[in-house]
Design a protein around this ligand. Sequence first.
Ligand SMILES: C=C(O[C@H]1C=CC=C(C(=O)O)[C@@H]1O)C(=O)O
Length: 398
Amino acid sequence: MSSPALVRPRPAHRAADLLAAYLPGSFYCSSPRGSLLADGVHAFVRSRDGSHARAAAEALDAAAVAGVEEPVVVGAVGFRPGSASSLVVPAVVRRAGAPAAGGARPADARTRWSVTPRPEPAAYADGVRRALALIGSGRLDKVVLARCLELTADRPVAVPSLLTRLVHADPATHAFAVDVTAPGDPATRTLVGASPELLVARRGAEVLANPLAGSAPRSGDPAEDRRRAAALLASAKDRGEHAHVVAQVGEVLARYCAGLHVPAEPEVIGTPTMWHLSSRITGRLADPADPASSALGLAEALHPTPAVCGVPTALARDTIADLEPEDRGYYAGLAGWTGLDGDGEWIIALRGAEVCDRTVRLHAGAGVVAGSDPAGELAETTAKFATMLRALGLEGAA
Ligand SMILES: C=C(O[C@H]1C=CC=C(C(=O)O)[C@@H]1O)C(=O)O
């Protein structure tokens, strides 16, 4: 985040103005429920005992006492427990409605890129085989294995245009851009992406979670595209993969909710690149005033869901640490905002990248369950990279 002295807030009441006002160092998020742009730092939020929600609640109270007009905590939390986080109470917050489609300029076609997969695709498929052996032994039910693409451009990557292309490609997405600069970074590091997955949103006592799991790539041929969506909905393997996530999200939210609705059947939702099995879980909080029931408190209680980790959680997390050669960083962590009243919205940081100057680090993962095919899971990660690669003008590079 830039220092408060550098903040030059411009009035912005339309979603398009908010997006246009985004600069590296700001925080931006948008979804069908609205958009938020935050600038400057009133206070940094650091968890002392592993609970970001508690630290956020304290920071919000202090900000309210200090006269901050609309105190919110915005930012991102990394995937692993104890990993980096980047949470602040910003100096200025502006809100607008949901963004609209169209109008983004294409990526700069002059940019030359080098692309390094980590691990190599064949090694990723080997990792899936090893995960399947663990699943076959009966110790593990599901693990989500990710791989990474490291891209280097011959010029600095313009994050504002990248974000604009992501938003315009799919205004229904959860777009995010978070300053995650760490000591030693040569330039501003930004976590930027377009996630299809809402971890949790809270308005008053109402809670919404939208777990996704079970995927198929879209096709340009409408008949084939429809066939793939129908096959996904009928796939026992994908429904099983999805059921793990719904069960865990439902079980966690039930601890906080007086009433909870968990759909009996998933539906299929589409992004421009993927079909996913989706369940919209709604609930009514038993005690909305309890700080543990804030949007960030709920997000921390839910994280990591089996959409990004596995079942059982601890063994899946160890398996990820063993089989993924690259640390996930902020990939599959949390990004969003939480307010003084506990309301807020946290998404899972998927279909994104960490961008720093000329480098872009992308991750994509796939859920491995009994019946998974290593080549199929590899293809699924390739398809998931397309969201970011398209926005970078690099489709087909994975
Ligand atoms: C882990 C990712 O996607 C999750 C969200 C939707 C579908 C998923 C799947 O089918 O495996 C994953 O759970 C990713 O995009 O890197």
